[in-house]
Design a protein around this ligand. Structure first.
Ligand code: F3S
Length: 274
């Protein structure tokens, strides 16, 4: 099988930074999953004796705690500080940005509209900074059912697709007196998405490598499918199925922002032998 890699793929700045922080802070607890890649988390747990804890109440007093890349709700951070936790913040700066915007815009009296998945840890963290009632919507259709105020501030989950954010922005502009639009989609996401889109137009099959719970990996799959119906998401090489490659010549590969190179390399190796 011939292979072509996307121009941009894999680890982003925020994930690289978080992994370095975890490696430097051995024996720490990590509040929530550091990144959305179970295999890389296993490696860190094994080699650096870090441990994930999802429940702040179970974190002992005065413990060293690393805050995950996606950030945590403001009240959880305050709770940990009150418990004397020694905090190392691995929240990606691109996630801190929307947290700050939500806090300042809501204080100024704007209704917050956050384009994101309400169940995602990043969104739960960002929305916790609102000082008034905020809306979280995952599509234009969801927004159409909501009651809007006159002054609105639009913010996005970092991994969303720009064209969809634009649709939501123009819907708001047509209906509200004042709309503040913040493009908080991060560059790494946009570059990986653009590269996946370009590559999907020229290949027979696309393989997206990444965690099944990773938002940006799922976005890459949905983008790839727009032009290449035979697009598949795998967490590692063991999930590749031979039948997918029947009668295919050129395979494109891309990977989510939390997928380490060693997993991508294993997938590439296996496909090259098909
Ligand atoms: Fe940060 Fe963007 Fe990565 S938000 S964690 S640089 S995908």
């Amino acid at each position: 099988m011939e292979i072509k890699m996307a121009k941009d793929y894999g680890f982003c700045f925020g994930v690289k930074r978080a992994i370095q922080i975890a490696e430097k802070n051995q024996n720490s607890l990590i509040f929530g999953s550091l990144i959305h890649n179970a295999k890389e988390i296993n490696r860190l747990e094994k080699n650096f004796n870090v441990k994930i804890e999802e429940d702040p109440k179970k974190i002992p007093k005065n413990k060293s705690v690393i805050i995950r890349t996606h950030g945590i709700p403001k009240q959880d951070l305050e709770y940990l500080k009150n418990k004397g936790a020694k905090i190392t913040d691995a929240t990606c700066p691109y996630v801190i940005k929307p947290q700050q915007i939500v806090e300042s815009m809501s204080k100024e009296g704007y209704q917050i509209v956050l384009f994101g998945d309400i169940n995602h840890p990043e969104v739960k963290g960002v929305i916790s900074y609102a000082t008034n009632q905020a809306l979280v919507i995952n599509s234009l259709e969801e927004l159409q059912e909501k009651k809007l105020q006159r002054k609105v501030a639009l913010v996005s989950q970092t991994t969303k697709q720009t064209p969809k954010l634009l649709q939501i922005a123009s819907y708001l502009v047509e209906r509200c007196t004042e709309v503040r639009i913040f493009n908080t989609i991060c560059n790494a996401t946009s570059y990986n998405q653009k590269a996946a889109l370009d590559l999907s137009k020229e290949v027979d099959i696309m393989i997206v490598v990444g965690g099944k719970t990773s938002s940006n990996t799922k976005q890459l799959l949905s983008i790839a499918k727009q032009h290449c119906e035979d697009s598949y998401l795998v967490e590692d090489e063991n999930e590749l199925e031979l039948a997918w490659f029947k009668d295919k010549k050129l395979c494109g590969i891309t990977a989510g922002a939390s997928t380490p190179d060693w997993i991508i390399e294993n997938v590439k190796q296996k496909i090259s032998t098909i």
